[in-house]
Ligand binder design. Structure first.
Ligand SMILES: Cc1cc2nc3c(=O)[nH]c(=O)nc-3n(C[C@H](O)[C@H](O)[C@H](O)COP(=O)(O)O)c2cc1C
Length: 221
């Protein structure tokens, strides 16, 4: 591909005092984000989801290959199908797959094999990664740093949804192949996670957990 460059015209420089405020304000906003497992069925305007997805689509990715697809499910029958299949996987997980250690690690979250949020929440965003894609001529092309790239885009999506005033749940049943089938995804796509999106139910509760302090997660050398 021919090299082509342009000026970095969209970059904004702020006075230092403003930068400090922006960083602090952003931290204060992000500190309020929580994973929610009790959703209201209140509808969400589609344009909000579209703009959050546009924001996620600006994420950096290995070689700018953008190895992701976001399938937005609002159809009640499709959501029900996803719930049924996910709950089959969950029942197996809790009765067979999960080691004692794993179940213990989940205990404080109060998670159970039934997943009503898969039907209650207005949107399920099924996120797929693409370990490979196809060139314009239909040739199979390997993608690089796929998991890292899709993880970053998903993080930006979660951030955007929170910024817009919605809540989300990163939901990852141990086996997700059923999503390829239900959503008729092509063979180069691998289910990455389901992001459950909407408003919290009126009396939603979240686990009382703590985040590590700066000194415990970062070092300046
Ligand atoms: C990769 C990933 C997978 C997760 N999978 C699940 C899941 O399957 N079910 C669930 O209830 N929560 C899941 N979570 C949510 C975490 O339990 C939650 O982020 C964590 O407890 C911290 O809570 P917070 O998001 O409110 O800060 C997942 C989170 C991540 C990042």
């Amino acid at each position: 591909m021919k090299k082509k460059f342009m000026p970095l015209s969209d970059y904004c420089i702020y006075p230092e005092a403003e930068m400090k405020k922006r960083a602090l304000d952003f931290y204060a906003e992000m500190r309020r984000r929580r994973t929610v497992r009790n959703f209201s069925d209140q509808p969400v305007d589609r344009s909000i989801i579209e703009n959050c997805l546009r924001a996620a689509g600006t994420a950096p990715s290995g070689a700018n290959q953008q190895p992701w697809s976001f399938i937005v499910v609002s159809d009640q029958a499709v959501k029900r199908q996803i719930r049924e299949e996910a709950e089959k996987v969950e029942k197996e997980f809790y009765s067979k797959d999960a080691t004692k250690k794993w179940v213990n690690a989940l205990k404080h979250l109060g998670t159970v094999p039934t997943k009503p949020f898969l039907e209650n929440a207005p949107y399920l965003i099924a996120i797929f990664s693409q370990p490979y894609g196809y060139s314009a001529k239909g040739k199979k092309t390997k993608h690089y740093y796929v998991t890292e790239s899709v993880g970053i885009a998903t993080g930006m999506l979660i951030t955007g949804l929170h910024h817009a005033g919605l809540v989300s749940l990163t939901y990852t049943p141990v086996r997700m192949r059923f999503l390829n089938k239900i959503l008729a995804r092509p063979s180069n796509e691998k289910a990455f996670m389901i992001l459950v999106v909407g408003y919290p139910s009126k009396n939603a509760l979240v686990p009382a957990i703590q985040k590590k302090a700066l000194d415990d997660i970062a070092e300046f050398v």
